[in-house]
Design a protein around this ligand. Sequence first.
Ligand SMILES: [Zn+2]
Length: 214
Amino acid sequence: MLLKEEREQIVKYGKIMIDRKLTVGTFGNISVYNRDLDLFAITPSGFDYYNTNPEDCVVLKPDGTIVEGERKPSSEVDMHRIFYQRKDNINAVVHTHSVYATTLACLGWSVPQLHYLVAYSGSEVPYIPYVQFGTYELAEACYDAMGDNRACILGNHGLLATGKNLPYAMDVAEQIEFCCQLLYNCRAAGKEPILLTDEEMAVVRSGFGDYRKS
Ligand SMILES: [Zn+2]
């Protein structure tokens, strides 16, 4: 079986994504790229995370060709593979429908530098207006908006998070969800949050050690 370790990691982190309340039902998806083999594994379409086994994951080339797997790959496969095709420092992608990120997605809000944990993504987390789910157009819109960031708010949809490996990408998804909740709480209190400066954020990013390699 190709990418056995990556498949096992996806199954493990799928359960973590549910346990941390980062998505609902079968929605959201996870992939891991093996740069040496130039192949990636992704969650199958429409499977409950607690009933997904390593053999249910699908292995593809970054150009979208299926190499191994009986199941249908996640409908958002383009949103994953576009990063493996174009970025040399992204080896995992996590897409969630976490509640606060999705609330902001419905309000059309990006996430300003209101907390130092925004540095998990980079700087202000961009927002893109709604694009039909499961399309290459959505994948391109995410890619274009993301720039050097690690996360993006998908209008009327959810959150996309990336990283050098799957634990990091899941941390991005979790910490940006936390920052989304903070932003919602601040505005629910009728105030705009006090923002960190670019200089302060640069210090945080350098303190994250290997962040730049992520
Ligand atoms: Zn989705």
